[in-house]
Design a protein around this ligand. Structure first.
Ligand code: SAM
Length: 327
């Protein structure tokens, strides 16, 4: 079964946010005071999320990324992941985490059937890391990465590159692909929270690649991404075991290749990250009618916009809470 939108794009990737709670307060994701939290009754139960995921896989979703907030802070997450991993037809179950709880959870995640981990890490310097995350502990994240590697997880590190904040570390991150064997993805800063001079933080994917070649003398070649890969343009530095990639959500829309839909912890579907529209699946979940749920998912996939309208120059952008959508 294939799920296609009105523009012929195959939609096979679901990002499922299991919570809006997070144990960090990253400056690009949340205001310092945090965001208004969903009430416990507003967050979908695991049972509801499981029914949704199973319905989605039955109509063509092949990859699920569990995200948040911070997915590992939700109680019972490991058993839920195990249930997801057992859904017939699901080809990839992956997880995005800030890594703070990985040291204690990596082995259980592996046993549950999670296949890959994306770890958000924006600086390798303790004081810069503390400044960006406001309450994160770099040493815990690094221990978490080590634990995940010991469990045999392929690791992808996601770095949001911000001019004047951490862009002087792109060379150190690229080096991880040689020294640590993990893959690294450089993500263009997106204006998720309103800040007056956000454009000055954006370092385009093109600039990142140029600087890696010019300032760090890296020699890299394009890599063909796998069928279920995300939107990164990928490259490999000569001699490295992992890839570097750039996610150019703003500067080089990858909308024509978009293969994803998102569901928030409250059961809202977003068929485009930058869309201001959300569609509430909760009433359908309450009916416990799998056919109706699938028809609605198909309708929302068909209605996926051709392209988002956000670009680097836009100033009066809508605010969108990444912590609720799941990135
Ligand atoms: N807590 C998990 C984590 O840290 O990976 C999952 C949620 S987080 C919202 C998912 C992804 O969104 C992270 O890789 C994060 O870097 C990215 N993200 C959040 N806000 C962003 C922004 N303003 N620009 C670019 N990426 C952003």
């Amino acid at each position: 079964m294939q799920l296609k939108d009105n523009y012929g794009r195959k939609i096979n990737y679901l990002r499922l946010s299991v919570t809006d709670r997070c144990d960090m307060r990253c400056s690009y994701c949340m205001p310092e005071e945090g965001i208004a939290k969903l009430g416990h009754h507003e967050v979908l139960s695991y049972e509801e999320m499981f029914r949704l995921a199973r319905a989605a896989v039955a109509i063509g979703i092949e990859k699920i990324r569990v995200t948040g907030g911070e997915p590992l802070v939700r109680k019972g997450i490991v058993s839920f992941l195990k249930r997801l991993a057992d859904i017939p037809g699901l080809r990839q179950l992956v997880l995005t985490t800030n890594g703070q709880l990985l040291e204690e959870m990596a082995a259980d995640l592996r046993k549950a059937g999670v296949q890959r981990l994306n770890i958000s890490l924006d600086s390798l310097r303790p004081e810069v890391f503390a400044g960006i995350t406001r309450c994160g502990d770099l040493s815990r994240v690094l221990k978490g990465i080590d634990a995940a590697k010991r469990e045999g997880f392929p690791i992808k590190v996601n770095m949001v590159v911000m001019r004047g904040v951490n862009d002087n570390e792109i060379g150190d991150f690229a080096a991880l692909t040689r020294e640590e064997g993990c893959s690294v993805r450089f993500i263009e800063y997106m204006p998720a929270i309103q800040s007056p001079h956000w454009q000055s933080l954006v370092v385009s994917g093109q600039e990142i690649l140029e600087r890696l070649a010019r300032d760090y003398d890296y020699d890299f070649a394009p890599v063909i991404s796998g069928e279920l890969a995300g939107p990164a343009r990928e490259f490999r530095i000569a001699g490295a075991r992992g890839n570097i990639g750039v996610i150019t959500a703003l500067s080089g829309h990858f909308c024509q290749d978009c293969n994803r839909i998102r569901i928030t912890a409250a059961g809202q579907v977003r068929n485009c990250l930058f869309s201001s529209e959300e569609f509430n699946l909760r009433p359908l979940l309450a009916l416990d009618d799998c056919g109706a749920l699938q028809s609605e998912l198909k309708r929302l996939v068909s209605a996926k916009p051709a392209c988002h309208g956000m670009n680097e120059q836009q100033a009066g952008h809508a605010r969108f809470a990444m912590a609720q959508i799941g990135g």
